[in-house]
Each structure stands twice: as C-alpha cells, then as structure tokens.
Design a protein around this ligand. Structure first.
Ligand SMILES: [Zn+2]
Length: 497
C-alpha cells in the first residue's frame, strides 16, 4: 500500500484587526484528528479522500485537520500547538509515500509571516526530499518562495465565490497518485506582480479581469499544456513582506514552459490592475440613492467589516447612517456585539432595550452606536452552511438577538461567522426578501446570493480592516513599491520563482 498523510491548518488572517485567533476559535469551528477526518465527505478533506478512495493501493493516513473562520493573526501559541502536533503525528506515521497539506496560504501568526511555508519546511524535514508534498490553497493565498521551493505542487481554488474546495482536494490527490506512480514529474513556477486589491472585482463567475485570467489558465490546463494552473489574488489584509498576485503553473518536468505561462498571466494581471479597483459609495449617499429607487430592492455591502476577511464584524458605520437617516424603510443589518447580544437576550423577547452596539472587539474603526429597540427574536446562533468551503458544516454565531429599531432589524451575534449565502438570517426565521434594504458584510458572495431578488448594489467605503480599496490601509512590512500606491515598478513588475 502507498500511504498518503493528510493534514492541514486552514484559515485566513488579517493584520489590521485587533482580535487574534486562538485554539478556541479552531475548536469552535472544525478540529478533526485521525479517524474523525475520514468521516468528512465534504470540503477539501472530503475531496482528497474521495479521490484517494478510487485507488485500491493507496491509503490515506489522516493526521489532523483544523479550520476556522478568518480573524487576526494566530497567536504564536496556537500556531505552535497545531504545528507541533502535525509534525509529531507525521513522525509517528511510519513510512509515507506522499503528503497532502490542506492549507489556506494567507495565514500568519504574530511572529511567523508565512505559517504555510513554516509548516512545509517542518514536514519536509521529517519526510525528506524524495516524496511529493502537495498543497491545496485558497485562491487568496500569499504565495512565498519558501512554499514554492518546499512543495512539489500547489493548487489554488478555481472559483470565487469559492465553490470548489472538494474538487481542489481531489485535484491534488489525483496528481499525487500520478506522481507516486511515476506517470508524471511535476515542476512548478510562480510569477507574481505587486498588486494588492480587494476581491470585489475578482469574480470567476461573471465578466471581469480575474474571470479572464482564470479562464485562460484553465484553458491551458484542459488543453493539456500544463498539469495544473492556479491564479492567485493575494489576500490584501495581511501586512507581510513580498505580497503579490499572479499565477502558478505546474508542468510535467518542463520548467521553461511553466515559467512562460505563469509570466504571461502575471503580466496581464499587472496590465489590467486598474480594473480590480472598485467603484465605492459613502454610506449615507448609498442609503439615500437606494431609498430613491424604492420599491426596487437594494443591497449595501459594508465590505470593510468582512468577517470572511478577518474582520471582527463589529464595525457599525452603515448602521449609524441608517439610524441617522431614519427613512422608515425596512432594513436588515448584521453585527457582532457580544455584550449587546447578551443584554438583549437577558431582557427577553418583546422587551425594550437600550444598547451600545459594535466596536466591542476591534475599537479602531469608530465608536459604538447607542440605540433603543425591541427584542424580536433570540437564538443560540447555530446554523448550517449550504455551500462554499464549509458546505454541510455547522456555523456558530453564538448567542444571538434580533433587535428592531424603527424599521431596521439588527442581527446581533456573539461570534463572527463567514457569510456564504444568507444562512445566518434564515436560521433566525428572517427572509431577506421581506426587506427593502439588505446590508451584508462581504466583498463577493452577496452578488451570488441576492442578485435574484435585488436590483441595486452598493459597495460602501467605510472604516474597517477589510476595506474596498487597500489605499486606506497603512502597510508597514509590505514594502513599496506596489499597486495601488505605486504605478510603476523599477526593473519590471513580474517576479518569477
Ligand atoms: Zn478566499
């Protein structure tokens, strides 16, 4: 039997938020050890396992897999704990023929800038240079030279909104089987350009620059010109050296072709960089415009407070504008505010409560909002994801209350959660179609979710750690020059490794 170890630490980090990710955050979302991993039929773990199951002479050796929703950097203690456990399990795993690491690519700890590279280095040390290590990543990965040099092949998700963690796990498993069977000898080249933008104009499902780049890369792959292609838009909300976007091409022992193809995509990425910068609205202007368009339904995305990008979810700029404008228009608003949720729950359904909402966890982005409202509903905050990276997994908002102020229903949760579709609202018995104005906090998934029921979409420019344009952030470790701050790069924008 050929034995393939499987392990992973999967999350996305944000260096502009105050809250750090701890072991508790992983335990609350997904922490699987050994045999528990074999029960996972969805997601990237399920995809890797289902592919390996097709080969009777291959055996998965599940070590540890953990994921959590994005947040700040991991505490060093948290990274060390999972890193050391994975390395110990790798050492105890006996003879291995390959390793699959299921990672994100934009995770950091307080003092380690590249935890994926660090983990790869440690695994390499245990298993040596003679067996393949293949790695699945989010397409928002921060690809470092260390990751490329220490792995045999890296694979990014192919879709954004992310719908293909299962098939990406399967792609990696398939190539590792072919490699171990000596059908192919993979080599990989990354070409990167210093472009940091939000993901707003980076759908793979509707026309735009990222759609075109991904299509080109995937056409090469399906035509057999390469073994695998990945296009990366670096998660722009970490602040570490050498960040950038571009393409990674894996060929069958043909590094020159891999480099040529990767460079072509990276250069086109650079040439089209302006197309990635979104059109934005101030909150009050967007609300007034949405009101003027009634009765057609509008979606406002407070993208600077994207929990799926590491925000604490407790920015309240759009809520403040909604309350100030006080238009008596039915609106729904999500926020993380643990004390406010606890106060509302303690008061009970039907009670009138005075609350201070928001700015509890990450206080850098403006003051909380004071309001008086009526408690409409309360819940334990559990829900089930209906798609995406956590398809079939449970989500936990923690104790949650819905508080009504005028015509605005505010969903006040205890923990941040990733927004895939509208699972959070629905778990509370709220139907977004009952509202004229729907506020969300994500850069992309809102369009997939609400385009069937809404006509007007507004990307809001407001304070927070995941803004619509990186221009409003101050980077300290990521060194200039880079776009959008700089528009020319001495020596050329494309770096290949
Ligand atoms: Zn992503």
């Amino acid at each position: 039997m050929k034995r393939i170890a499987i392990a992973g630490i999967l999350t996305e980090c944000n260096d502009f938020t105050s809250a750090l990710i701890t072991e508790d955050d992983f335990e609350r979302v997904e922490l699987l050890r050994g045999q528990q991993m074999l029960e996972r039929s969805d997601g990237v773990v399920g995809g890797a396992l289902s592919e390996l199951a097709k080969y009777p002479d291959f055996l998965p050796v599940p070590l540890l897999f953990t994921s959590t929703i994005p947040g700040g950097a991991l505490t060093d203690q948290c990274f060390t704990k999972f890193h050391d456990e994975i390395i110990e399990l790798t050492e105890q795993a006996g003879q291995l023929d390959g390793v699959l690491l299921l990672l994100h690519g934009a995770a950091v700890s307080v003092s380690v800038a590249d935890i994926e590279g660090e983990l790869l280095q440690s695994v390499r040390k245990v298993v040596g240079n003679d067996i393949p290590i293949m790695v699945t990543l989010d397409l928002h990965a921060h690809i470092t030279e260390k990751m490329v040099s220490l792995s045999t092949a890296l694979f990014g998700w192919e879709t954004y909104p992310h719908m293909d963690s299962f098939t990406t796990g399967a792609r990696a498993a398939k190539l590792i089987v072919r490699t171990i069977n000596k059908e192919v000898s993979p080599v990989q080249v990354m070409a990167r350009v210093p472009v940091l933008t939000s993901a707003i104009n980076a759908s793979t499902e509707r026309p735009g620059p990222f759609f075109d780049l991904m299509r080109k890369a995937k056409e090469w792959e399906s035509a057999g010109k390469c073994l695998s292609s990945s296009v990366f838009l670096v998660h722009p909300y970490i602040d570490r050296p050498e960040m950038g976007s571009g393409a990674l091409i894996v060929t069958d022992n043909d590094p020159e072709t891999a480099a040529t193809m990767a460079r072509e995509i990276a250069q086109e990425y650079w040439d089209r960089r302006q197309e990635f910068e979104p059109e934005v609205w101030k909150a009050d202007a967007a609300i007034r415009d949405a009101i003027s368009k009634a009765p057609s339904r509008s979606v406002l995305t407070e993208v600077a407070d994207t929990c799926g990008g590491g925000s604490a979810g407790d920015c309240v700029a759009v809520l403040r504008a909604l309350l100030e404008i006080d238009a008596n228009i039915k609106a729904i608003y999500p926020v993380v505010s643990p004390h406010a949720a606890a106060t509302a729950i303690a008061a009970g359904i039907g009670s009138e409560v005075q609350l201070s909402v928001g700015a509890e966890i990450d206080k850098k982005w403006g003051p909380p909002v004071s309001l008086t409202g009526r408690v409409l509903k309360t819940s334990d905050g559990d829900f089930m994801y209906q798609g995406g990276v956590w398809d079939g997994a449970s989500g936990h908002m923690g104790p949650t209350a819905v508080v009504r102020v005028g015509a605005i229903d505010i969903v006040i949760a205890t923990f941040p959660t990733y927004e895939w579709r509208d699972e959070q609202y629905r778990s509370l018995g709220l139907d977004p179609a009952d509202y004229q104005l729907i506020v969300v906090k994500n850069p992309m998934n809102y369009f997939m979710t609400y385009s069937p029921i809404a006509d007007n979409f507004y990307v809001i420019d407001s304070p927070g750690p995941t803004p619509a344009t990186c221009k409003s952030l101050v980077y300290k470790l990521m060194q200039r020059p880079f776009f959008p701050f700089d528009d020319s790069i001495p020596g050329g924008p494309v770096k290949t490794f």
